[in-house]
Design a protein around this ligand. Structure first.
Ligand SMILES: NC(=O)c1ccc[n+]([C@@H]2O[C@H](COP(=O)([O-])OP(=O)(O)OC[C@H]3O[C@@H](n4cnc5c(N)ncnc54)[C@H](O)[C@@H]3O)[C@@H](O)[C@H]2O)c1
Length: 438
């Protein structure tokens, strides 16, 4: 199947990367980009920097680098801006996050110190374990949105930028459902004017980005941009959006292993997942409201993959438990344990144990980079609204109404690569393979 290539505007000039939250993930991302630029490290884990894409038939042996196949913004042209409810610059914040070695941070110090966060739109009712001091004050939520807009415009002007993307890398906000205020742009704007409690800070940033024509991604599980009002606004302003909740440690493995068990029609009756985590994210998630948001995001994955409605004998009765325990000694070095109770032929039981000693922000940083570059590409290619092809990066991929999200990592990767082929007018790869035998 071939389509005409899409016109993609070239990535002229530099690209602003606006990060909401200058914590462990954001600083590991910024420091990593600087380290790569200086030739101190390789961008491991980043599809845009290290991935290749097969084109045409297998016999053609064409597999260019993704960065050569589609016109992505080069790393040299990224400029960072951020907001945080604490005033530490990116160097101080990275030191406190404790993810990267002090020697590396010292080598990057001048670059990192340039990123000094603007005061945040912050509400301690939404992130109960933090007590932000570096915050904006305003007469209404509309006023706060206008202050964010002023930050963006000043930043774009200072650095002579035409393009930017914004990524919510802030703390996970407490659980909230969609309300009337989230249904239409008009209702949302009325809620901004009346400072409705239904509008958390993350939505104020998303609203401002979209209304400025800036693509937006949500790295956390809170609703943020995933409400009808902001999706309508994104279509209106021709802005691509993506979310929610980066798929990094335990859930990444879940979406690799569960499809394999299902492919072999092995039954599952229990999946017990527990984690210890000691960074600021762990402290925030120790609050039941924020944990509930995270839990909902993590839980949907297994049902989505196993499809108990289609396979009641295999997956109709799965006990799926998840816990995250805040355990300061481990810092960012999360440890996750999974116990999977499965069964095979004639119901004979088996067990699978996984112990993943991972590093949260080391896994997350390359995803932030890819999202920034792919969202910018999407905008230059004229795409807007939900970018489902970026599901690859998320635990709770955003999707059109009436669809179920695709969680299987290998399907997500095929979807992403086929989208790139589609944009370039290359044949989609279906893996049919019959053509080699006819
Ligand atoms: N690291 C991962 O693997 C991973 C995976 C999935 C999702 N996430 C999510 O990404 C987010 C960032 O993770 P992290 O480890 O960097 O956490 P972190 O606590 O180190 O950083 C979050 C930062 O956001 C700031 N913040 C909170 N509310 C804000 C607001 N309203 N405006 C501006 N700044 C605000 C906090 O002060 C903090 O510095 C979290 O929501 C986390 O759940 C992380």
């Amino acid at each position: 199947m071939r389509h005409p290539a899409t016109h993609i505007a070239p990535p002229a000039g530099r690209l602003g990367v606006l990060l909401v939250g200058l914590g462990a993930v954001s600083t590991t991302f910024i420091a990593g980009v600087h380290a790569v630029r200086r030739g101190l490290a390789k961008p491991i884990g980043s599809l845009t920097q290290m991935g290749t894409i097969r084109l045409g038939r297998r016999t053609e042996r064409r597999a260019p680098a993704i960065a050569e196949f589609v016109p992505l913004q080069p790393l040299d042209g990224l400029v960072f801006g951020a907001w945080d409810c604490y005033p530490d610059d990116a160097y101080e914040a990275a030191r406190k996050a404790g993810v990267l070695e002090p020697a590396l941070l010292d080598a990057l110090r001048p670059d990192l110190q340039k990123v000094r966060p603007w005061p945040a739109v912050f509400d301690s009712n939404c992130v109960r374990r933090l007590d932000g001091t570096h915050v904006k004050h305003g007469t209404s939520k509309r006023d706060l949105a206008e202050q964010v807009r002023a930050d963006i415009r000043r930043f774009m002007h200072q650095h002579a930028l035409d393009r930017a993307v914004m990524i919510w890398c802030g703390s996970t906000e407490t659980y909230a459902d969609t309300t009337d205020a989230h249904l239409t742009p008009q209702a949302f704007e009325r809620a901004l004017d009346s400072s409705d409690r239904a509008i958390p800070p993350s939505m104020i940033y998303a609203y401002t980005a979209i209304s400025e024509g800036i693509p937006f991604a949500n790295a956390a599980p809170n609703l943020c941009v995933d409400v009808p009002a902001l999706l309508s606004l994104a279509s209106e302003h021709h802005v691509p959006v993506a979310g929610k909740d980066l798929k990094t440690g335990q859930t990444l493995l879940k979406t690799i292993i569960a499809p394999g068990l299902k492919a072999r029609l092995l039954g599952v009756n229990g999946w017990y997942s527990t984690n210890i985590l000691g960074n600021r994210d762990g402290a925030v998630l120790d609050d039941p409201g924020s944990f509930r948001t995270k839990e909902c995001s993590k839980k949907g994955v297994l049902d989505g993959i196993l499809q108990p409605e289609l396979y009641p004998d295999l997956y109709g009765n799965v006990t799926h438990l998840i816990s995250i325990n805040y355990y300061p000694p481990r810092g960012d070095n999360k440890e996750g344990w999974d116990n999977i109770d499965l069964f095979g032929w004639l119901n004979y039981p088996m067990q699978l144990k996984i112990n993943f000693l991972c590093r949260d922000s080391i896994l997350a940083a390359p995803l932030v980079l890819d999202l920034a570059l792919f969202l910018d590409l999407a905008q230059r290619a004229g795409r807007s609204g939900i970018q489902e092809w970026l599901s690859f990066y998320f635990k709770s991929p955003m999707h059109a109404e009436g669809l179920y999200p695709e969680h299987d990592l290998s399907i997500q990767l095929k979807k992403l690569k086929n989208t790139l082929r589609y944009l370039r007018g290359e044949e989609l790869v279906t893996h049919l393979g019959i053509e080699y035998y006819e």
